[in-house]
Design a protein around this ligand. Sequence first.
Ligand code: GCW
Length: 660
Amino acid sequence: KAEDGYGLWLRYAPPEGEAKAELSRHPIVLATNSQQDNPTIAVAMAELERGLESLSGLDVDRRASVPTSSLSDVTLISLQCDHPQIAGGGAFSLNSSSSKVSILASEPIGCLYGAFALLRSLSEGEPLDSIAYSSAPAMPLRMLNHWDNPDGHVERGYAGRSIFDWWHLPERLDQRMIDYARANASIGINGVVVNNVNARAFMLEQRYIAKYKRLADAWRPFGIRLYVSARFSAPQDIGGLNTSDPLDPAVRAWWKAKADEFYRAVPDFGGFLVKANSEGQPGPQDFGRTHADGANMLAEAVGNRGTVIWRAFVYSEEDETDRAKQAYAEFVPLDGQFADNVIIQVKNGPIDFQPREPYHPMFGAMPNTNLMLEAQITKEYLGFASHLAFLAPMWEEVLDEQTGRAGTVAEVVSPVGMAGVANTGSDRNWTGSHFDQANWYAFGRLAWDPDLSSEHIAREWASQTFTRDPQANDAIVAMMMRSREAVVSYMTPLGLAHLMDTGHHYGPAPWVCDLARPEWNPCYYHRADAEGIGFDRTVHGSDALSQYPDEIAERWDDPATIDPRFLLWFHHVAWDAKLSSGETLWEALVAEYDRGVEEVDAMARQWAELSDAIDPQRFRAVSESLEIQCKEARWWRDASIAYWQSINGLPVPNGARQPA
Ligand code: GCW
């Protein structure tokens, strides 16, 4: 059967052997005690019917009420969506015994999440009778940010044009919008920002609000609220005012009226996302005001109807000492000044979605502010959709980091939420490559439960998406688990960062040093010279380390005690310095590049063994991507090493490495 990937992890492929026999042994009856006409219960029932029919190969018999007398010789799946003992917010409980499975929740959305959880278990091949599982989301807001432009181009999108068809909305709603909502609901995503943070003001006009209404109406049954990125200068751009000063009464009135317009059309409109005073976007600082002035003005316009999400991704050419320090410097002094319905959205690290960064020091440093984590699902700096890199280990690494002030990063953001920059596009497989679907999946699963291990998530995803065969599943999971570290090794080993080529960020260009703004140049980040390499962020350098709590700063201050994965992020180290491993820095660096290449080769070999376990269409697609990755890992390694050699004049250690 041709598999093009459109079905994502919701393929519901029939199980083999015993599990299949169990599921098909008796007729399946699907019933609910709750209102059939509730739109969310209706989609839960429809999904169960679709999934169970596909898994079992039987026609499912749908009943309007749960049969009271016990039905013998049937498998009964029942929903109760008003159960008083289950928590709200999407929590659910699954129970099963002797062919009776019940999904319990206190609200319809809990039933929908429970339905997806049941289908996930069955898809993984778990026996019907052993399903006993309760779950509740750890974070209230689990959201995707689309960097999709109104003309269909997706900033940093590698999966084709935007999935949003603004041209034909509101009259025409693409079926993809429903499949998209199903996919999101299946992993607990409950908020979607539909347009780029580099926002066009006209997307706040009434003609667009009508389009949002159509989408919001379609997504509401799936528990998804719609949000819009707002351009801060909209009062001037489209409102006819001569200022956007957040303290100006006319500006405040304009935003209030604008918010009212949104809520009239979309009563559960989520709110606005704002990128202000960052990379040329307008913001309150243009009028001598602070981020708090700007965010609070919008928060007042939205009121208790929704949220203002304000991004902390700011850097400007004025601050030339160290870009990594700027967000902390601008935001931490404002702690406690933001309105209750403002969330500050902070990228995982202090620079910009690099293959590896230390956690952002703002986490833990603003105890009186709602902070949310921003992750990038689309792989802007990790080889786009051509390189295989499973990102859950990267997010897990950040979520598990101890901030030294308020617990782990996961604990800091759990009361608020997590946002992921989406990797979807109109490609048949949604994400540009089959394995990139796993990053969308993993983002949702981690926002639901940041305690899930990456490996657990990989296993779940692989068995639903590819195969339940245990050996094949092990091999796929092993590939995924080593993939991100491989990318770090061949692109930015030992704490290096931002060495990608200008603008597009694909491929190596550590030699670039002539761009107008210093912090756009790779040489700004690696600082390689005849003596050594790395960015001194200790007190002798930019002192960015002092933004971290003492306990962490002390450990990282010493090249001997810092985690070697962050070494060159914080230190300028001599090429011939001895590391704790006994190697010189130069030897260790070259070894890392080699390791990266070897890991990708190993991934390709693992995949090649799977030809019998995977359908031919997807098998070939992944094989061909891995071929590109094997070639480009060498490109990264060889170009980087050659460039470092042009600076340090050193031979390649051991002379053992074969050229490509
Ligand atoms: O990673 C950088 C990207 C920009 C992006 C910016 C941001 C949307 O290169 O394309 O703009 O981050 O996060 O605002």
